[in-house]
Design a protein around this ligand. Structure first.
Ligand SMILES: Nc1ncnc2c1ncn2[C@@H]1O[C@H](COP(=O)(O)OP(=O)(O)OP(=O)(O)O)[C@@H](O)[C@H]1O
Length: 217
């Protein structure tokens, strides 16, 4: 377990003189999920940017497999599938071309697009698709066969309809059952398990003996 844990210890972040989170502690283990909760502007996206190494203005420690960032960033990114607010969809490309850009084979990409309900739209320019369909193009990466172990997802359920939410929850549950990990933000309940909620407004430290072992690597 400790070889694969993502841990935060005493993580504190301020922006413009305002403390977004202070002394934040959690450990994310293989086969488990964490949902970051908080009101608009609470700092959820800032926390995610901090965890993936695109924001370095923080105090405290982030550990990946027992090694602290930023030294462990290349290793973390090698195991990371990150989907942010903007979803990373290239509007001038088709869904198939977007997945090819991430290295997916044609067969794998077609299966993933089918799984997210985009069969028949694979060759349409993304700029012609709806907001929810573009979200599905981004999320199709989670359905590719060689998906990385650590999923960090900023508001993955946003813009999805009821069937889309159910499909994504099923996919995340499968990922957890295979020993993958998920850290996500969401303003709505997410039916995945095992799930620990971390609230930026009123978080409770999750540290226990196993977390201490994880830090130790
Ligand atoms: N680089 C920055 N410089 C100054 N302020 C920033 C910076 N990044 C974020 N903030 C501020 O920090 C606060 C938290 O922003 P963040 O995007 O992390 O919130 P959030 O919890 O993800 O919100 P939402 O639920 O609305 O997406 C906001 O008030 C934002 O304006």
């Amino acid at each position: 377990m400790r070889d694969l844990a993502l841990c935060a210890r005493a993580l504190t972040c301020e922006r413009d003189g305002r403390v977004l989170f202070e002394g934040l502690e959690f450990v994310l283990t293989p086969g488990a999920a964490i949902q970051i909760e908080g009101a608009n502007g609470a700092g959820k996206s800032t926390l995610i940017r901090t965890l993936i190494g695109t924001a370095s203005d923080y105090t405290g420690d982030i550990f990946w497999k027992g090694r602290s960032l930023p030294n462990a960033l290349p290793a973390l990114r090698a195991s990371l599938l990150y989907i942010g607010h903007n979803a990373g969809v290239r509007r001038g490309l088709t869904p198939l071309e977007n997945l090819a850009w991430y290295g997916a084979s044609g067969t794998d990409a077609m299966a993933a697009l089918d799984a997210v309900g985009l069969f028949g739209f694979e060759d349409v320019l993304c700029q012609q698709l709806s907001a929810g369909q573009n979200r599905r193009v981004a999320l199709a990466r989670l359905y590719l066969s060689d998906s990385p172990a650590l999923w960090i997802l900023d508001e993955p359920l946003a813009a999805l309809d009821v069937a889309g939410v159910a499909s994504l929850e099923a996919q995340m549950n499968q990922h957890l059952q295979r020993g993958g990990s998920v850290l996500l933000t969401s303003h709505q309940p997410v039916a995945i398990a095992p799930l620990t909620k971390v609230s930026l407004a009123d978080f409770q430290p999750l540290l226990d003996a196993s977390a201490e072992q994880a830090y130790a690597g």
